[in-house]
Design a protein around this ligand. Structure first.
Ligand code: ZN
Length: 170
């Protein structure tokens, strides 16, 4: 059977059936054990459950394009702070699409390749990886939506080595 002839979602559904048949974590609390909120990219190579070894119930994880601080992330952070979060990790990564393309290039490619209009969307692209981390950390540290006793750190994950390094932010 070639990969093209199988809907991957069908195999995901079968995988979930196997997962649920052995599931024993139904008593986990909504409040994450570590109280950490992780912000990172939705890139398929960048999964904190794996590279930070996080089982269910350990941390709050939010992924978007680039792992950038957005209003939607701040919306989650209101909730996780209520649930006791006092620690936030911002994790950007090497070879990120947002480090390759400007808004203009993205708008043109999306129009050309997908026939869709993204002109109203700011993808929050950047040219310097460490600097993008510092910007997002600074945005959280100065945000009126984030308590002053929440400690925020910034990190870069390397998709070639699997290693994460802290970015100096002060
Ligand atoms: Zn990315």
């Amino acid at each position: 059977m070639s990969p093209e002839s199988t809907d991957p979602v069908e195999s995901f559904v079968r995988a979930n059936e196997a997962y649920a048949s052995k599931f024993a974590k139904g008593d986990l609390a909504m409040r994450a054990k570590t109280g950490v909120t992780v912000l990172t990219c939705g890139d398929s190579r960048v999964d904190p459950a794996h590279f930070l070894s996080l089982p269910e119930g350990e941390a709050y994880i939010f992924r978007n394009a680039g792992g950038r601080v957005t209003d939607d992330f701040l919306r989650l952070l209101f909730i996780t702070q209520m649930l006791g979060c006092r620690r936030v990790m911002v994790i950007h990564h090497t070879d990120c699409g947002l480090n390759r393309f400007t808004n203009q290039v993205l708008h043109e490619r999306i129009r050309g390749e997908l026939g869709l209009d993204s002109s109203g969307t700011d993808f929050l692209p950047y040219t310097d990886l460490d600097q993008s981390v510092r910007e997002d950390v600074a945005r959280l540290r100065t945000s009126p939506s984030v308590r002053k006793d929440v400690r925020v750190t910034g990190h870069v994950y390397d998709v070639k080595t699997g290693r994460m390094a802290e970015v100096r932010t002060t």
